[in-house]
Design a protein around this ligand. Structure first.
Ligand code: BV8
Ligand code: ZN
Length: 244
């Protein structure tokens, strides 16, 4: 990795008192978890956008649970990677640090990150569509149509589907963290999904330096002060090497 690109960002990270990080599926790719829009796609010949919706769930809850049970089983066999670990180390060395993720795999927490804002929920969470009972259940396969242990109603995955609003409190905290940051890293996201993608502009408009770490260009690359092309699992450990 060319040092002339890494060293200014490395320097910024070691000097910054307030850092916000936004991650997407790309940071879990090296853990063996397929991304959403990558070539391997997510699942058979369905597109996540078609399955991860309330309409799909009310039309065919068995199919949607088949998709989520498949992803739960897959994620349960994977572990966090060097990029997740490096962000947990960064958090411990930066006075004000907020990790905002679009991922639902929970790997940031497993790697030791503490202040994590899960914009799109968590795949280990379930919620009853009748009584709103919420539970964390890491059983990989919850069966064809999982039932609520309180009222017997149908459970749904505790994630935010396309067309659903994000938890307003979590979104507000994410926006605040970006606005207060002096440096924001945007890692492993195609920056297509809103409102997550526009968080980097919240940081930029308040004078933060924004850095994109990704395999490819995205619609937000043009707003970035630095774009580092490559694998998160190689770049992020290098960026925090002084704290290793
Ligand atoms: C909402 C949970 C209000 C489910 C997910 C404006 C225009 C058009 C549409 C909209 C709009 N505003 C809102 C919408 C609708 C929609 C949207 O954004 N659609 C997109 C497709 C255009 N947004 C919503 O519906 C949001 N709600 O806005 O509420 C509202 C209400 C009603 C009507 C309208 C608005 C809710 C969005 C949340 C959806 N839920 N996940 C689940 O996971 O099962 S989003 C889903 O996509 C995942 O969370 C995923 O994380 C996320 C984003 O994808 P990425 O993380 O970026 O992953 P992707 O595969 O795309 O990219 C990976 C990147 O990593 C690539 O660039 C690749 O090059 C790179 N990479 C790969 N390997 C590596 C790497 N980089 C580094 N290292 C590597 N090794
Ligand atoms: Zn219930």
């Amino acid at each position: 990795m060319e040092d002339h690109i890494l060293s200014p960002v490395k320097e910024l990270i070691s000097r910054s008192k307030n850092i916000a990080v936004l991650t997407g599926a790309g940071i879990s790719a090296e853990s063996g978890i397929p991304t959403f829009r990558g070539k391997d796609g997510l699942w058979n010949n369905y597109r996540a956008e078609e399955l991860a919706t309330p309409e799909a769930f009310s039309r065919d809850p068995r199919l949607v649970w088949k998709f989520y049970n498949w992803r739960r089983a897959l994620i349960s066999k994977k572990s966090y990677n060097r990029a997740h670990k490096a962000l947990a180390i960064m958090e411990r060395n930066v006075p004000h640090f907020t990790l905002i993720t679009q991922n639902v795999d929970g790997l940031h927490q497993k790697a030791g990150s503490r202040n994590v804002l899960e914009l799109h929920g968590n795949i280990w969470k379930v919620r009853c569509i009748e009584c709103n009972f919420e539970d964390i259940d890491e059983t990989p396969d919850l069966g064809e149509l999982p039932r609520c242990k309180r009222c017997g109603g149908l459970l749904r995955p505790g994630v935010v589907w396309f067309g659903e609003s994000l938890d307003p409190d979590i979104l507000e905290r994410a926006i605040k963290a970006c606005r207060e940051s002096e440096l924001m890293l945007v890692v492993g996201t195609s920056s297509v999904v809103q409102p997550a993608a526009s968080l980097s502009l919240e940081a930029k408009q308040r004078g933060a330096v924004v850095v994109e770490i990704n395999l490819e260009d995205t619609p937000y690359s043009r707003y970035m002060d630095y774009t580092i092309r490559g694998k998160a699992g190689e770049i992020i450990p290098e960026l925090i090497s002084k704290w290793q």
